[in-house]
Write a protein that binds this ligand. Structure first.
Ligand code: SAM
Length: 589
């Protein structure tokens, strides 16, 4: 053996033979990737389906529940019971770009949560029951356990269409807050980046939900915090309010001949860009300490010097700020929420209002109030479509009571059944929405809030399914049949809501009942010529009454099909409107 080490000849490819088959495979992979324009993508099993779920039209409508409401006619708050996907679809056109703030607290997908299954078809029912996708009653709330192979996918598929629809509702200055914990925060961030755009991510709030760690079996870290993701419809519009420290709220502990004053240190750590000589001059004969610089420039310092606004105290120069010359100061809101209630205080608060423990882990009112405060100006319209016990509604009422504000809410929650043998069931609450409405009623009494709420329920239209078929899908027999589009048990307010849904009008405007010629008219958001809806759903439509309604010149005049015994009368009504109020849309329902 030679004493000289052998030099490896790198140009000798034969010494580094690779498997030619592997090379071919790799080459194919690269070609394929190039063809597919390989790029970063966020996807999951069922995403395409979820996409169509958002786009599919709804066949639902809103039913009025005056008996479940407080001040049904005049309230401008809405409490909607039902699946929020349908509710969001029903809100789409009426509230497009009109919502100022959305807060949601969806199921966190802890492995014990029930997640709503959207992709459910009647024809699949038996199959689904056997696979455990739905229960015997056809309920779509399904326990999403971690052992489910599509555990994250199912949750993402549930959230995707709802968030897509929610975005359409937000105004240009609108903001959405989403509560979440470690189970899905990473996925929710990616989902929101896709739907709202990464550029519209404002930040993540960290909410301290409890003070001490608890021993949870198997856990290595005890989580004391939760997250709230914050996205804007348009981040560049700077929709969040600055944190204001009012001069009037400050304390001025010192007094001299000129008045009351406070002092503030004007020295700062000297680093990076600011490590400039220009910020290290002398003020009242003192230079900044080593490693420090002044916070104010030389001109400002000389001006303050001439007014005797500096003192030397504890080895540094301080500025005196008198109460008469102090200003309000503005800063960005911190993302750490330390004093915004806790899981326990939220629970205690609702238990106390309800006189029993009927709803698990409601959020504290302080937290939601803070989110409303930092994101809205005067009289916003606020939405929560995973409303649960109704904390958002109470937060709105409390804030309005504090500043005499005119905030309004639209909240949606599912009529999820309370567990059998639960405290809630024993107290007579069959479904969660019943608990929520009672919580809001009781909270309103405590707060002294008189705004009330209008209860509505997502329900089937009563329209025959054929109505949603295209002409091509209908056969001759269908076409010849006189399609009866009515479900007969609709109340007058139900009919009104069918008109509002059909006309894409807002759902939370005031209603007045008036009598004209001994007949009852429903006026909805009617403020005079070419506004609102005027409905007559009685059976005694005379020429005189028709003329009087036409003279009101509403945007929409609505009648009930059965009011017209002869089609000639329908023609007559149209003729009257053509003469008296040609711009009114006449609807027969
Ligand atoms: C975590 S809780 C919200 C708690 C609420 N923040 C509070 O303070 O009371 C989520 C709520 O959303 C409801 N929910 C779940 N899926 C829903 C759906 N598809 N449509 C409407 N509500 C739904 C659940 O019934 C539950 O009451």
């Amino acid at each position: 053996m030679s004493d000289i080490p052998e030099k490896i000849n790198l140009s000798n490819v034969n010494s580094r033979q690779v498997d030619p088959e592997l090379l071919n495979e790799l080459r194919d992979l690269f070609v394929k990737a190039e063809e597919q324009k390989e790029r970063y993508d966020f996807t999951w099993n069922g995403k395409a389906k979820a996409y169509f779920e958002a786009a599919a039209p709804t066949t639902k409508t809103l039913r009025a529940q005056p008996e479940e409401s407080v001040n049904f006619e005049k309230s401008e708050n809405l409490f909607i019971t039902g699946d929020n996907l349908e509710a969001l679809k029903l809100l789409q056109e009426s509230y497009l770009g009109k919502i100022d703030m959305i807060y949601i607290d969806p199921p966190y997908n802890t492995g014990k949560d029930f997640v709503y299954q959207d992709n459910f078809k009647k024809t699949q029912k038996e199959n689904d029951v056997s696979e455990g996708i739905i229960d015997e009653e056809g309920n779509r709330l399904v326990k999403n356990e971690k052992s489910n192979g599509r555990y994250h996918s199912d949750w993402l598929s549930m959230m995707y269409p709802r968030l897509k629809l929610a975005r359409n509702l937000l105004s240009d200055m609108g903001v959405i807050f989403l509560s979440i914990d470690d189970n899905e925060q990473a996925n929710l961030k990616l989902l929101m980046d896709e739907i709202f755009g990464e550029d519209n991510f404002i930040g993540t709030l960290i909410w301290k939900k409890k003070g001490t760690s608890t021993n949870v079996k198997g856990a290595q870290l005890s989580s004391l915090t939760e997250y709230i993701l914050v996205y804007a419809r348009e981040r560049k519009n700077r929709p969040l309010n600055s944190r204001i420290t009012l001069a009037s709220d400050r304390k001025y502990p010192f007094t001299d001949d000129e008045g009351q004053y406070r002092t503030t240190v004007i020295e700062k750590k000297s680093t990076g860009d600011y490590d400039r000589k220009s910020m290290k001059f002398e003020i009242i004969g003192h230079a900044p300490r080593p490693g420090k610089r002044w916070q104010i420039g030389i001109e400002k310092a000389r001006e303050l010097e001439s007014k005797n606004r500096f003192i030397y105290e504890n080895d540094t120069v301080k500025q005196k700020i008198y109460s008469f010359e102090d200003r309000d100061s503005y800063s960005a809101n911190p993302n750490l929420l330390l004093e915004m209630g806790s899981t326990q205080s939220g629970q205690d608060h609702v238990d106390n209002i309800m006189k029993g423990s009927f709803f698990d882990t409601p959020k504290p009112v302080e937290l939601v109030k803070h989110l409303i405060r930092i994101s809205t100006k005067k009289n916003p319209l606020i939405v929560d479509f995973f409303a649960g016990s109704g904390t958002t509604a109470e937060s709105v009422m409390q804030l309005n009571a504090e500043d005499n504000g005119g905030r309004k809410y639209i909240i949606v929650t599912l009529d999820e059944e309370t567990p059998e043998n639960s405290e809630a069931r024993k107290a007579g609450y069959k479904t969660i929405d019943q608990i929520s409405r009672e919580r809001i009623r009781r909270a309103a009494v405590k707060i002294g809030d008189k705004s009330g709420f209008r209860a509505l329920k997502v329900d089937s239209t009563g329209l025959k399914e054929d109505v949603f078929k295209t002409a091509g899908d209908l056969d001759q027999v269908d076409l010849l049949q006189d399609i009866d589009n009515h479900s007969d048990n609709r109340s007058d307010y139900d009919l009104l809501y069918d008109v509002l849904v059909d006309g894409a009008l807002e759902y939370n405007r005031p209603i007045t009942i008036e009598t004209m010629n001994d007949e009852q008219l429903i006026k909805y958001d009617y403020l005079g010529e070419l506004s609102g809806v005027v409905c007559y759903f009685g059976e005694n439509l005379t020429d005189e009454l028709t003329r009087q309604i036409a003279t009101l010149k509403p945007l929409i005049a609505a009648f009930k099909e059965s009011t017209f015994d002869k089609s000639a009368q329908k023609v007559n009504v149209m003729e009257q409107f053509r003469i008296i109020s040609p711009d009114t849309k006449v609807k027969v329902i």
